[in-house]
Design a protein around this ligand. Structure first.
Ligand SMILES: Cc1cc2nc3c(=O)[nH]c(=O)nc-3n(C[C@H](O)[C@H](O)[C@H](O)COP(=O)(O)O)c2cc1C
Length: 362
């Protein structure tokens, strides 16, 4: 046991968080023309600045990284300028914010690829499921092309460039999205990686792309102290599977130890049978943010027990911009409205109520 609670300050590398209530990364599909964040997005994140740390929605590092309608990027000057407004607004309210770096790989469609080119992945395996086109119609995924061995380092370097862009935009850090079946996860897990070169086969080889990305990202940031990595060892989302998640993810974590990361962020829902988060934390030697259907009580237990350093909350942070104050006062939580999660305007985005100031003060 420790004496820490969700309200104790924490340090994620150089990021000093005022509490341990983290806002989980959440795609909201509300970018404007050119996949540029809008002023509504500035307001949305500013409303949630009482989190110890906000992790933004997944943000494509290059145009090729996109796989959903109107998701923001961090590759154009307009995007960088717009994100600067977001970080300024969050900082003005005393918050901290990290950008999630994203490349969807096979969870894209040729319609999103410059020149209508084929999507790419670790291997030419079509995932089961559907992709949303820019007009929100749904079609089956396409079969991706396996990246050539000599194409892979340039993608790792693109993560580095995006990190420099995020730094220029004023972020406190970046999170490498290695979870949920996107490109890095497609290399990690053996259900989607059947390569026979140095990026496939053994666990060490499957972890190589993540390590090379982390090398580029930490070099661009200047060190690991503003860099986190998100992993989802058990998540089957996006048609993912692995024959031995424990061996894979503990090895991945150990391979990242030398970077001195600011945090590792593990999706391991409450009640998950095989508990890997603690082993991952020990192997990586960095603070652990845990996530997955946590409520206030379970989150408090995870922090008090010393398992996790912080807990990330997703859906309840959509519908409770003042989640920290609600936790502190024991107030009721507003339930989220899934119909307005993806796309649309201010409805279900910036119009959720906050507690009256007097109630919050009690
Ligand atoms: C609307 C929505 C969008 C999401 N988008 C992302 C994303 O962009 N990146 C990511 O890593 N996870 C994403 N997730 C997963 C969440 O970060 C989180 O892991 C999940 O919601 C479980 O946490 P919760 O039970 O506290 O909501 C998304 C979840 C939701 C509900």
């Amino acid at each position: 046991m420790t004496s820490e609670t969700l309200f104790s300050p924490a340090e994620f590398g150089a990021i000093a968080a005022k509490n341990r209530v983290v806002m989980a990364p959440m795609t909201r599909n509300r970018a404007g023309a050119g996949n540029v964040p809008t002023d509504l997005t500035v307001a949305y994140y500013a409303q949630r600045a009482s989190a110890g740390l906000i992790i933004t929605e997944a943000t494509q590092i290059v145009p090729e990284g996109q796989g959903y309608p109107t998701t923001p990027g961090i590759h154009s000057p307009e995007q960088i300028a717009a994100w600067r407004k977001v970080t300024d607004a969050v900082h003005a309210k005393g918050g901290k914010i990290a950008l999630q770096l994203w490349f969807t790989g096979r969870i894209s469609h040729s319609v999103y690829q410059p020149g209508g080119k084929q999507t790419v992945s670790a291997s030419a395996i079509r995932p089961a499921g559907h992709v949303y086109l820019p007009d929100w119609s749904k079609v089956e995924f396409e079969t991706p092309r396996a990246l050539e061995t000599d194409e892979i380092p340039a993608i790792a370097r693109a993560y580095g460039q995006a990190t420099s862009n995020a730094k220029e935009a004023g972020f406190d850090g970046v999170e490498i999205h290695a979870a949920n079946g996107y490109l890095i996860d497609q290399f990690l897990r053996d259900g989607s990686n059947k390569r026979t070169d140095r990026y496939g086969g053994s666990i060490d080889n499957r972890v190589r792309f993540l390590v090379e990305v982390t090398e580029q990202v930490t070099a661009a940031w200047g060190s690991g102290d503003g860099v986190g990595v998100r992993l989802s060892p058990h998540n089957p989302y996006n048609d993912m599977s692995d024959s031995d998640p424990e061996a894979l993810f503990v090895h991945a974590a150990a391979s990242l130890k030398r970077f001195g990361l600011a945090f590792v962020h593990v999706i391991e829902p409450v009640g998950t049978e095989l508990q890997l988060a603690g082993k991952i934390k020990a192997a990586v030697g960095a603070p652990l943010i845990i996530n997955g259907d946590f409520g206030f009580d379970k989150a408090g237990e995870a922090v008090a027990s010393g398992l996790a350093d912080a807990v990330a909350f997703g859906k309840v942070f959509i519908s409770n911009p003042d989640l920290v104050a609600r936790f502190a006062s024991g107030a009721e939580l507003t339930p989220p409205d899934p119909a307005s999660f993806f796309g649309g305007s201010e409805k279900g985005y910036t119009d959720y109520p906050v507690l009256a100031e007097s109630v919050a003060a009690e």
